[in-house]
Ligand binder design. Sequence first.
Ligand code: ADP
Ligand code: ASP
Ligand code: MG
Length: 243
Amino acid sequence: MEIIVQKFGGSSVANTDKLFNVCKHITKEKNKGNAVVVVISAQGKTTDELISQEKEITSNPNKREHDMLVSVGEQISVAKLAMCLEELGYEAKPYLGWQVPIITDSNFGDANIIQIKTNKIIQDLQQGKIVIIAGFQGIDKNQDITTLGRGGSDTTAIALAVDLNAQKCEIFTDVDGVYSEDPNKNKNAVRYDKISYDKMLEMANNGAKVLHNKCVKMAKEKNVKIIVKSTFKEESQGTIVKA
Ligand code: ADP
Ligand code: ASP
Ligand code: MG
């Protein structure tokens, strides 16, 4: 069974039309006979909105409650994406971090993945289901919900690709690859066809949020190839991040 992990960021799933658009990428791989695991983020600016609602209450939230709140966006998006796929006639199985489970340390707000129990995922894939996993979240040894840091869904995707021994990990986003600089800020930025883990890590550490820095670190350690591509511009080949 060839397993493919596809991750879609917040702007790629911002509304119902966009959720159905994402289904095209997913079902294309599924129709080729691949086993597909999808990771998605919260829709649009949902996580930012949750944080501003929190700020209406306190500037110093209890960290456990903070993670309980900011992880909620992904619960909405995985359930909706599963419904979209089911509407299209596919069998889907959405999971929150704790349901997998994706076990993390207790570093609330910036937790690290310790272990992913993949048995339920593999069983679902064997039954032909498209598995959908909430990005950005996990559960610690005390059964408390944790989050992996802003942009952390990328890290969920890579960790799953590692543990499922996936054939490829595609990160779909709102730009068509990794550029020399943020293409939304500098129109002269050039897109890389390929980029090394080290160069990408340097860019991520300097704030190029196209990939979460922890995800690049993990991909380098485990030698997982990352493909960054556009959700909306199908003709672009994107950028391969590798050694
Ligand atoms: P997603 O919601 O898909 O995770 P993000 O907003 O986290 O997307 O990351 C994509 C954004 O990263 C782009 O819209 C772009 O503005 C920004 N970005 C910053 N630096 C770069 C870069 N060097 N190459 C590509 N995109 C970059
Ligand atoms: N929804 C989370 C955030 O906005 C995680 C992610 O998008 O990767 O940071
Ligand atoms: Mg992101």
